[in-house]
Design a protein around this ligand. Structure first.
Ligand code: PNW
Length: 461
């Protein structure tokens, strides 16, 4: 890895993007404004015990009304790209039928504001906030949701594609499917593994249907992509059960998505693992060709990596149900406030490996960042040396990956603002800008000023 910031900056290519990301439910608030209807997150936040502190996205950062000032903030920080998501139930209440002009108008103004400040708008169509009616009709485990998503995508596309060049269909389908339908820690809070596996397929199908329709409708060249969360799975040893645990973890976490998207087939070993559990992906004729519709950019969100073993604490390689053990072990690294280990070289290894196994697809880091226990001074300023170091080491990891052949075109920090961190509520702060939730005042942290300086030096070099 490069030692100095000078070397880091020197190894990032010309035209490398510097930006910041958010998502609708995490920042907007105004959940009843202008015809918006509830999403699965509005519902899930009302389940007792679901969210730390009983927090909800009802108010969040009040971005819905403070949007122009927030865009000005991005501009002040010298960032060239802003990735935000669209709230489905604002734009299409109840998840079906015609567009809601009042809801669309917000994103229309946001895009105009960004363009006026010289910031490239990157739209994510789905960042986890499914309209509640569609969940009531079966949610992502139901095939129809994929078609509903494509219809909704076209409402947004028709309204914004004259000004928006870069479109992301889904954010982190692994999280939607597994955290939402298998582990039950995210909305809609279901614990049903077969349903979660169906959700994986219908999320990918929705991505493919939306991609095909946007491409066909666009009179000019646009960039379409999807964002995946991924990590490097390291084996605890070279023992066969440890290597098998890595294969299973990486299969369910990464290849189950990347293989159909890029190669048009599900990974045979993962399909076999699922079959052993009596679970099947509900693939119909033609689905895989749709899922593999060509994309222009692959978004990667990276936070941490993990070490895996195939041995249980008792030394056995199968658990009480006779299933193979897949267990994580600490890498003995410092941790963030999320308790996630800080593993920058896992980022390098991930990007190099994706570049090698899925060649020809430009990568953009669509999220990277960390929550720490911020301590503001009397003026509200946070001297977040820990977050600043996290950004520097992970940008160095990106630079190292590029030197090893990965085609990485940009880096978007998560997140512009402290915001609603899903099941953790407001207690976990990922912002490069502090939000005082009493006054809604925004104050850039040290890490924001650091990113600004790095971006400036890179551009001026
Ligand atoms: C991402 N995991 O979520 C999301 O895209 C953001 O909305 C979120 O705020 C951010 O990361 C920080 O959590 C993830 O368990 C949630 O591996 C969980 C995991 C990864 C990403």
């Amino acid at each position: 890895a490069p030692v100095t910031e000078q070397e880091l900056i020197a190894s990032l290519p010309a035209g490398f993007r510097w930006g910041v990301a958010t998502s609708a439910y995490q920042i907007e608030g105004a959940v009843d404004a202008d015809g918006r209807t509830p999403s699965i997150w509005d519902t899930f936040c009302r389940v007792p015990g679901a969210i730390d502190g009983g927090d909800t996205g009802d108010v969040a950062c009040e971005h819905y009304t403070r949007m122009p000032a927030d865009v000005a903030l991005i501009c002040e920080l010298g960032l060239d790209t802003y990735r935000f998501s669209v709230s489905w139930s604002r734009v299409q209440p109840y998840g079906t039928g015609p567009a809601n002009p009042a809801g669309l108008a917000f994103y229309d103004r946001l895009v105009d504001e960004l363009l006026a400040q010289g910031i490239d708008p990157w739209v994510t169509l789905y960042h986890w906030d499914l309209p509640q009616e569609l969940e009531d009709a079966g949610g992502w485990p139901a095939r129809d949701t994929a078609y509903r998503f494509a219809d909704y995508s076209m409402l947004v596309f028709d309204a914004l594609s004259d000004r928006v060049n870069t479109w992301t269909t889904l954010n982190e389908p692994w999280c939607s499917a597994m955290l939402g339908y298998a582990y039950g820690v995210h909305a809609p809070g279901r614990q049903d593994f077969p349903a979660a596996v169906s959700a994986v397929h219908h999320l990918l199908l929705g991505h493919g249907l939306a991609t095909e329709r946007m491409r066909a409708a666009s009179p000019r060249k646009i960039d379409i992509g999807i964002t995946l969360n991924a990590a490097t799975a390291y084996p605890a040893s070279d023992a066969e059960p440890d290597l098998e645990a890595v294969r299973r973890a990486d299969g369910m976490g990464a290849r189950l998505y990347l293989d159909p998207l890029v190669h048009g087939r599900y990974p045979a070993d993962v399909v076999a693992d699922l079959a052993e559990q009596g679970v099947e992906l509900p693939v119909q004729d033609g689905d895989l060709a749709t899922i593999a519709a060509p994309i222009d950019v692959l978004g990667i969100n990276y936070y941490f990596s993990q070490k895996f073993t195939g041995f249980g604490e008792d030394g056995r390689t199968v658990d009480a149900d006779g299933r193979p053990v897949t267990r994580t072990l600490p890498l003995d690294r410092p941790r963030t406030a999320m308790d996630w280990e800080i593993v920058p070289e896992g980022f390098t290894d991930l990007l190099v490996r994706i570049g090698r196994d899925y060649p020809g697809l430009p990568i953009v880091v669509t999220e990277n960042g960390a929550a720490f226990h911020d301590v503001p001074d009397a003026a509200g300023f946070v001297a977040d040396a820990d977050r600043t170091a996290y950004f520097t080491s992970h940008l160095a990891a990106v630079a190292a990956a590029i030197r090893q052949g990965a085609d990485v075109r940009g880096y978007l920090a998560w997140s512009l603002l402290d915001n609603f961190e899903w099941a953790y509520g407001y207690d976990k702060r990922f912002g490069i800008v502090r939000v005082d939730y009493t006054t809604q005042a925004r104050i850039p942290k040290q890490s924001a000023l650091h990113l600004k300086e790095l971006a400036e030096r890179h551009r001026a070099r």
